[in-house]
Design a protein. Sequence first.
Length: 728
Amino acid sequence: MTSRFFFIFLLTSLVFDSRADGVSIENENTLNENEEAGFLFENPPHLQRLVKPLLQNHFSGIQEENREKYYELDVGYVEGRIYDPSQNRFQKVHLRGYTGSTDRLPVIGAPFVAPQIDVMPGDTVRILLKNNLPVDSSCQLHQMGSGNASSMLMHSHSTMAQPASGASLSSSALSNSPHCFNGTNLHAHGIWISPTGNSDNVLLSVNPGNSFEYQYNFSQDIPAGTFWYHSHRHGSTALQVSSGMAGALIVHGDRKPTASSNGDLDTLLIDPDSRQPFPEHTVLFQQIEYACLGRDGKLKRDQKGNINWDCRPNETGVIEDYAQFGPGTWQASGRWTSINGVVLPTFKATTGQVERWRLIHGGVRETINVEFRKIKAGMNLNELHRKTHFGKLRRQDVDALINELCSGEKIPFQVVAADGLTMSHSLTAEKVTLQPGYRYDLLTMFPQAGGYCMIQPAQSRTGSISGKAQGNSLLGLVSVSGTDNIAVQDFVPTLRRKLTYSAQKLMPEEVRQNIVDELNRSDNQIYLTRFAPHTRDVSDEEIAGQPKQKIVFFAGGTQPNKANIFAIGHDFGVEKVNGVWLPKQLNAYDPKRIDMTLPLWASQEWELRSYSVSHPFHIHVNPFQIVAIYDPQGRDVSLPGATEADGDSQFAGLKGQWKDTIFVKTNLLPGQLTGKPQNYYRVLLRTRYQRYIGEFVLHCHILDHEDQGMMENVEIVLSQEQKAAHRQ
């Protein structure tokens, strides 16, 4: 049954209001119905395929089944409520969001999570994006064009970048001021498709009152995996994504390995007896940093002009001001990370059952760590649930609660995919770190029945987006039933045995023994070589004769006591401008300028640095392979098992893996750059420019940094030799 996905939260509010009468505990570690109904985890609703209306004077033709899919996404303001544990109530909010026809009744869907889009390799996917937001006065100031156009390019022409000194960084100030909050577009994050025309084109704006039909051609050789979509209109990206304009985009695969080609991990993660896929949790993390309006219709502020984050029951939470984003604002806001629109959800699991957890960081600017711990011995889950959902649980009190009640053993898991791309071998871990834009796929298995905490463990200062050390926080709870009793140290052997059984029963005979041997090749890892989409490392021979690309991020003032700029340079040297040390050839984003021109079919090495504040680097279209990540002392912290002096291990095991987003870490804070840069990290990548030409972008995935200038236009072009061959 389908319905318009209006995110009505009526059912949960009724359940919540009925909880004062107490709880009768029949099963200590199974949440009672009246407690679980409002907070039970659910995967996102699935966007429903619609019948596409025919264009006038066109044939309908005969379409191959399931090869062409048509969807509609509406963009508009959504009324709803978000649970606030610190106040023990739901807060009314008025935020921008996606709605669409889904497979779920309106009263069941949680607010402010977009519907999931499901596709397969070989599909042609058309998405009609309809902008129902009102006209925005901030856009008129930027003269972004006629509202009569259904969409518009955000630049009229492109020229090669001219190296600029720090003194000229203000030339693009207008473009890099937050603006056009109600103009939008759509980005398929991490998907290997064309960046031009009606495809994954973020260099256009769908203005209020207009629609635009995207067409994504998923080739037969596209990897299956965990991806996501979100708005990407320069000037309003952070504001829209932080409202919840982000959703899961899952590419499902049914290609089994053969003697000549690799296959999809999906074909292994199946129970051979039932022929059903292992259970999956699609986990979209969001950080919705709303603030409330006062009687004057503006954001409430204190006497010093700072945002007053206190929201009362009769007030409405909104996201309408870039003052809501910045270092320390998330901590100051007291807001909580939501999962598929629910704060502190409870997951259900069965002992010994292999599960796939698809983790997606859909937030804007805060680091998220994930760890599972058994609850304290003698504590039951209902008791813990009451402590987290019935008191007034402030964020600053969570650390003590976790240390007291979530003090059981840590539960290991296997990381099997990074940014949607299956790894050649898994990583055994007890904690995984997600920076904005990251995705990780985990294989988990809970060893015994009982309650578990899904926590965000402490993070060091330099390993965090905020540049400040983070304490423990709570993300959710897990209620586990069943009779299996598996020792934690037997997790990897048990998982390997279950995957081996699947391989023996399901894999083609010509590759079966090879896959079984690979799965059992190591005691600590599970080799997935026959399921990895990238079969060859980018070799020294491939990059021979090609220039090395250099990227350096910088955030700070170009003059003493002046406003900060957010910019990217291509020279690791520095120069002193107006008394301030800056990277050479530093540029803030200019929509009319091409910053990098790259040759189709070439392979190149890149080096990334940051000379002020850590930044997650993301590039559209082509993923990259991590060669090494060197800390300030020259140690490669991407090696398996690498742990830094402050305990940070977020890069461990990433050497040789493929991603589309990577954290460029630095110990340098604004104002600390000197004539001899030091205390920065060096990230070495290699990438191939395959199949697709055209313009796209690279940028910092702290999205308010991107909106304010930390982005560049990139173009992949035919080489002169290729052009000449075409003319012959």
